[in-house]
Design a protein around this ligand. Structure first.
Ligand code: G3P
Length: 220
């Protein structure tokens, strides 16, 4: 399972990229707005921090403008993945950009029917938002199960399922059990995956016992 980080904060991305655990980055207009920085500058900087796909979202809603914005974003770096909304105009844009071998992430997916259309439009990724479905009393993870099952039925569907709107580690584990290709995680959720109180407790005991030996390991 690939891990992307869902942020436009370049300090966070740099820090997490250094762990070697990061396969890509996703941003959206809200995350970019939070930084207060120029969008294209931020995207260019992120593309230099990670080798994997960096999703950058168009902000128009009509086909012609989305296509032009998509070309602008794709020209920033070879690892830009143009993010388009799951609307008919967005799908048309996805089809056109994919035909030019530009990576596309179709976002704001809330149903299996929408995910089928994203695959038919040649999307590189489809982003179902699990947390926002859970928020309104629906079952976000059931949508992941449905999409994974449907995509497996058709060899021609090469779109990867990118689990988005992830709120906690349980979302990540559940998505991994279903075989989702990617999860995009807020930085704090990515860090939480490594945490367990028994790890901390066990380490403290090992170190205390080691200190009693008075030994140290020679540094190579
Ligand atoms: O970037 C898309 C998605 O991950 C946003 O999540 O937390 O705003 O629902 P959230």
């Amino acid at each position: 399972m690939k891990f992307f980080v869902d942020t436009a904060d370049t300090a966070e991305i740099r820090d997490l990229a250094e762990t070697g655990l990061l396969d890509g980055v996703t941003t959206n207009p809200s995350l970019v707005a939070k930084t207060g920085r120029k969008f294209l500058t931020v995207v260019e900087e992120i593309c230099g921090l990670v080798a994997g796909p960096v999703s950058a979202e168009v902000t128009a809603t009509d086909f012609a403008t989305m296509l032009r914005e998509g070309h602008t974003l794709a020209a920033i770096a070879p690892n830009v993945c143009v993010k388009v909304p799951l609307t008919l105009a967005g799908l048309k844009t996805c089809k056109a950009l994919s035909a030019e071998n530009i990576k596309v992430n179709v976002t704001l997916c809330f149903s299996a029917a929408q995910a089928i259309l994203a695959a038919k439009a040649g999307a590189t990724f489809v982003s179902p938002f699990v947390g926002r479905l859970d928020d309104i009393g629906e079952d976000g993870m059931q949508l992941i199960a449905d999409i994974v099952q449907i995509y497996r039925q058709y060899e021609t569907f090469t779109t990867e399922v990118l689990v988005a709107s992830v709120r906690h580690p349980i979302h990540v584990v559940a998505a991994a059990k279903l075989g989702a290709h990617v999860a995009t995680l807020p930085p704090d959720v990515l860090r939480k995956l490594a945490l367990h109180p028994l790890t901390d407790k066990g380490l403290a005991t090992f170190l205390a016992d080691w200190a009693k030996t008075g030994q140290s390991i020679p540094q190579a």
